[in-house]
Design a protein around this ligand. Structure first.
Ligand SMILES: Cc1cc2nc3c(=O)[nH]c(=O)nc-3n(C[C@H](O)[C@H](O)[C@H](O)COP(=O)(O)OP(=O)(O)OC[C@H]3O[C@@H](n4cnc5c(N)ncnc54)[C@H](O)[C@@H]3O)c2cc1C
Length: 283
């Protein structure tokens, strides 16, 4: 059983919840909505970290903000409806009040990305945490060599942030590749068809010296990581956001164990070399 570190509670109650007003609700797809919230005081976090979002009277669940970490007054959280808490969040309207606690975990070490080509590989709602990273990178775009986004969704209707890709394409340093698994009758699509890893055939960067960041459903994380390794990315340059089931968010409840690590406090961002030999990392 992994060792549980004692929490330093001297100055902090780790369960402290801030009230957060819901300013706007944007429907991204049939199952995904973005909630713009305003915490009662400025909220600092680093891209890659996550928060616990509370629906009063219902419960709480972990989510990674989808807005830039430079925004401290307001925050976007993009949420897919999958179960009890997320269904309740999807019923929330502008003017309602939610709770937020955190931030928790370790984010992306952006200093290690500087001067490099950065590849972002996302599937489905996995693009939410990656949009936080992307917007943060855009804020300091001169610091990075290039940013390539490979994004896959099940169908064109399931694509999130549909109206924002054109804004991102305006940057010379940003290259966007998108795919869908299938095109149901009545939906239009003139980009690539296939699972998201097919997009890696079209990337034009020197993978040996580049950084890759992946977030998506477990099956995409597994085959996406194998494909990144195949393309020449080094294990230590592949950053995986491990969205394991978790409750407390800071290493007490033990639900999010990955071998000798906790996804909540040692992650959720891990490089592949660190976790590749741990048991059941893709489940
Ligand atoms: C660090 C972190 C960041 C996350 N960021 C986001 C985000 O930005 N947007 C988003 O939509 N979701 C995100 N998730 C996933 C989100 O936390 C779960 O979807 C949510 O907890 C489900 O709660 P529920 O009560 O609605 O589902 P439940 O009723 O508890 O479960 C419904 C179904 O979802 C499965 N499930 C529950 N939790 C997870 C999980 N963590 N991963 C995979 N399957 C799960 C259950 O096994 C069950 O099949 C993140 C998870 C983690 C750990």
């Amino acid at each position: 059983m992994p060792k549980v570190d004692a929490l330093d509670l001297t100055n902090l109650n780790p369960y402290d919840v801030l009230k957060a007003d819901v300013l706007d609700v944007i429907t991204e797809s049939p199952t995904i909505k973005t909630f713009r919230i305003k915490p009662e005081k400025p909220f600092e976090f680093v891209t890659g970290q996550f928060v616990e979002l509370t629906v009063p009277g219902i419960g709480e669940a972990p989510f990674t903000p989808s807005s830039s970490h430079y925004e401290k007054e307001e925050m976007d959280i993009t949420i897919m409806k999958v179960g009890f808490v997320t269904e309740a969040v999807h019923r929330v309207k502008r003017g309602d009040v939610l709770g937020i606690r955190g931030p928790y975990g370790k984010g992306y070490p952006l200093d290690k990305f500087k001067g490099k080509d950065v590849l972002i590989l996302g599937g489905g709602v996995g693009l939410a945490p990656l949009r936080c990273l992307l917007l943060t990178l855009i804020h300091d775009i001169d610091d990075y060599k290039s940013i390539t986004i490979c994004f896959g969704a099940r169908t064109p209707e399931d694509l999130i942030y549909k109206n924002q890709f054109d804004d991102w394409r305006k940057y010379d340093k940003i290259h966007i590749l998108r795919s869908v698994d299938m095109i149901p009758e009545g939906q239009k699509w003139d980009e690539k068809v296939g699972v998201v890893t097919v997009l890696l055939d079209d990337i034009k960067i020197n993978t040996k010296d580049a950084v890759a960041v992946a977030c998506g459903p477990p099956i995409m994380m597994k085959f996406g990581t194998f494909a990144l390794v195949d393309k020449g990315f080094k294990d230590e340059n592949i950053y995986l956001s491990m969205e394991k089931k978790m409750y407390c968010g800071f290493g007490q409840c033990r639900h999010c164990v990955i071998g000798k690590y906790y996804a909540c406090k040692d992650g959720p961002v891990f490089t592949y070399d660190v976790i590749k030999d741990e048991e059941k990392i893709w489940e």
